[in-house]
Design a protein around this ligand. Structure first.
Ligand code: ADP
Ligand code: ADP
Length: 218
């Protein structure tokens, strides 16, 4: 369960998120839709404790990220796939993450298999394509087997096969009862992937609706 309550985030005099409230329920894929600069990444960064709110709150399972004892077990995230350190291979990268979060190292092989990277697990991440980096970032998000997942623009720059793969993965994660929030600026893609849509613009809520209800109005 994700709860954003009256969240405002200012950077100096500019407002990135402006009194935003919404909830994301378990067992759904919720599309977080809005044009570039709408405040999607900022909201996710606050949910992940990477940025402090100016006012309001952003909670996962009723807690702030920084108050969680084992955050990676509660919430997994893909933010910027290019942020992965290029010098390591995929296994070492994930083992390091598992160790520093007290997650059993046996999870590493499981998540590499799940994202289809088992065959390149010993290759340097620096040589990975964007699609492979996205998969590695998703493997890291899944490492702690978390019930809540945040994906920031995961289909950006992917080919149609990669887009379809992500869509099916999101559906299956929600099918297992997880809470999935996926940001995008692509309405058409979210209509195919999501059950619900949270639409924002200039940091404010524009719509909070089920995709089915929306489709029935056309
Ligand atoms: P989105 O993810 O929807 O594209 P962002 O959350 O990245 O939107 O950005 C929302 C607004 O906040 C934008 O105007 C952006 O320039 C601004 N912003 C985001 N992060 C920072 C930052 N660290 N410092 C200053 N302004 C920022
Ligand atoms: P980190 O990931 O280490 O927090 P960022 O890459 O988010 O760092 O930000 C680095 C610097 O760039 C920040 O000081 C911020 O002011 C600026 N910045 C980041 N994103 C934006 C943005 N979207 N608009 C304007 N300034 C930004």
């Amino acid at each position: 369960m994700i709860e954003v309550r009256e969240l405002t985030k200012r950077y100096g005099s500019s407002v990135a998120v402006d009194g935003l409230s919404f909830q994301v329920r378990p067992g759904t894929v919720t599309g977080f839709l809005g044009p570039n600069g709408a405040g999607k990444s900022t909201t996710m960064r606050v949910l992940l404790g990477l940025d402090a709110p100016t006012s309001g709150d952003a909670l996962v399972n009723g807690r702030r990220y920084r108050e969680m004892r084992r955050p990676m077990v509660e919430v997994g995230a893909l933010l910027d796939a290019n942020a992965v350190h290029g010098g390591r291979n995929a296994i070492d990268h994930l083992r390091w993450m598992a160790r520093s979060n007290r997650i059993p190292v046996s999870r590493v092989a499981a998540v590499l298999e799940q994202v289809g990277l088992a065959g390149v697990a010993r290759k340097r991440v620096g040589g990975f394509s964007l699609g492979m980096r996205q998969r590695l970032g998703i493997a890291a998000a899944l490492l702690g087997d978390p019930g809540v997942l945040l994906f920031d623009e995961p289909v950006n720059g992917l080919d149609p096969d990669g887009v379809r793969w992500i869509r099916e993965l999101m559906r299956s994660l929600a099918g297992e009862g997880r809470t999935v929030l996926i940001s995008s600026h692509l309405m058409s893609e979210m209509a195919l992937t999501a059950d619900r849509l949270i639409v924002i613009g200039k940091g404010r809520l524009i719509a909070d609706t089920s995709v089915r209800e929306l489709a029935e109005r056309f």
